[in-house]
Design a protein around this ligand. Structure first.
Ligand SMILES: C=CC1=C(C)c2cc3[nH]c(cc4nc(cc5[nH]c(cc1n2)c(C)c5CCC(=O)O)C(CCC(=O)O)=C4C)c(C)c3C=C
Ligand SMILES: [Fe+2]
Ligand SMILES: [Fe+2]
Length: 359
């Protein structure tokens, strides 16, 4: 097999750091055809659906890919914008803002690119873009604050698929999670406080995270615990009592039991219990997307208001807000560590020898 080379490499070039910011990915268009392609890639990933391959192949190709693309296309149409899918343009904006921050503080030492685990631009496109700019140190930041095998590990799988085809590998660092990183908690807290300043408080703050099958937790995935730690740190920072904050799980897929309590069932129950006002935030989503805008912003609002609730507010994801970019910048710098430090001055052998001889 022929490995991909780095023909643009020039001897003597100074070390360059590449930052690859990634997210899940989104369909190219809100159409059944584009959804079919996207869902096929996404749901064929063994990190996402852990059912024996032949059985899952039959269910996926026989049922899901014949029904879900049409239904999901309809949902995506309701959130699609002039700039395309929200997940895409928020990720673009985040990468652009980070690039501007690194350029301002470190000149041309750091290059930033973004990529998606599924769909376009793919992880390989992002890596290639950085390698073409002479990057020899690569720091990968999947924008999932809480580690989960089906998201974080899957990103590393895809990155490895690319790297195993290359001749000259960059030095590599990978940020597996940042669920308890101070500046991230601070950015979340500030976005909630900002919301309170203009809308006042509600009886309950519901922190809704994307769910995963309960079986994954029992098999040792730390995701559930990391979601709860984020919630606790955020609640403490906001000075709220345990009874004022609920941690729930949304976006159930399939028939198996997922992490509980479910967001939709919780909101129905709160309304039934006479709670009149709730505020929702989704700390596990670094960018607004179908799952926040439609599922939390529209679908769950309906459950709460139809059940007798009166005030329902969704607090937007951190997206490319200044505190979020600052948090991500600090996270990246912390993980670059010695890469960012100034390398010792290179001296010619002659000068070094003269110095050693005391000349
Ligand atoms: C934030 C972390 C996420 C985890 C954990 C996660 C697990 C997970 N997801 C599915 C199935 C689907 N997820 C879908 C959309 C979607 N999921 C995440 C994030 C996580 N998923 C995001 C950001 C999005 C939105 C993407 C966008 O384009 O806006 C979808 C597609 C939409 C639909 O058809 O409903 C599916 C399917 C599983 C099975 C899973 C864990 C095992
Ligand atoms: Fe998902
Ligand atoms: Fe959903």
């Amino acid at each position: 097999m022929a490995f991909k080379g780095s023909p643009q490499f020039k001897h003597g070039q100074s070390p360059k750091i590449g930052v690859l910011v990634t997210n899940l990915g989104t369909p190219d268009a809100p159409t059944p055809k584009a959804l079919r392609r996207y869902l096929k890639e996404f749901l064929s990933d063994p990190r996402v659906v852990e059912i024996p391959k032949p059985i899952w192949w039959l269910i996926l190709n026989g049922i899901i890919l014949n029904t879900r693309p049409k239904k999901s296309a309809h949902a995506y149409q309701s959130v699609w914008t002039e700039r395309g899918s929200p997940l895409m343009f928020h990720t673009q904006d985040q990468a652009q803002a980070l690039a501007a921050r690194f350029a301002a503080e470190h000149g041309d030492k750091v290059e930033v690119a973004f990529a998606m685990r599924y769909g376009n631009p793919g992880i390989s496109d992002g890596v290639q873009q950085l390698m073409d700019k002479g990057v020899d140190r690569l720091l990968v930041l999947p924008l999932y604050p809480q580690y989960c095998a089906s998201t974080s590990a899957s990103t590393l799988d895809k990155l490895s698929d690319d790297l195993r085809q290359r001749r000259w590998l960059p030095e590599l660092r990978f940020i597996s999670h940042y669920h308890d990183f101070g500046p991230y908690i601070e950015a979340l807290a500030q976005s909630i406080e900002q919301h309170w300043q203009s809308h006042g408080r509600a009886e309950k703050l519901v922190l809704s995270f994307h769910g995963i099958p309960k079986r994954n937790l029992l098999l040792g995935d730390p995701y559930f615990c990391e979601c709860h730690k984020t919630s606790r740190l955020l609640r403490e920072r906001l000075g709220l009592g345990e009874d004022e904050v609920l941690t729930t799980f949304q976006s159930r897929f399939g028939k198996a039991e997922w992490l509980k309590p479910y967001t939709d069932a919780t909101l129905k129950q709160l309304a039934k219990d006479g709670v009149k006002s709730v505020q929702l935030a989704c700390p596990g989503f670094s960018a607004d997307c179908l799952e926040t805008i439609e599922e939390i912003g529209v679908e769950n609002r309906g459950y709460f208001l139809e059940g007798g609730g009166e005030r329902y507010e969704y607090i937007a994801a951190l997206n490319a807000s200044e505190p979020h970019i600052d948090a991500l910048y600090q996270l990246l710098c912390t993980n670059m560590g010695d890469w960012l430090a100034k390398a010792p001055e290179a001296r010619s052998i002659g000068a070094a020898r003269a110095a050693a001889l005391g000349a």
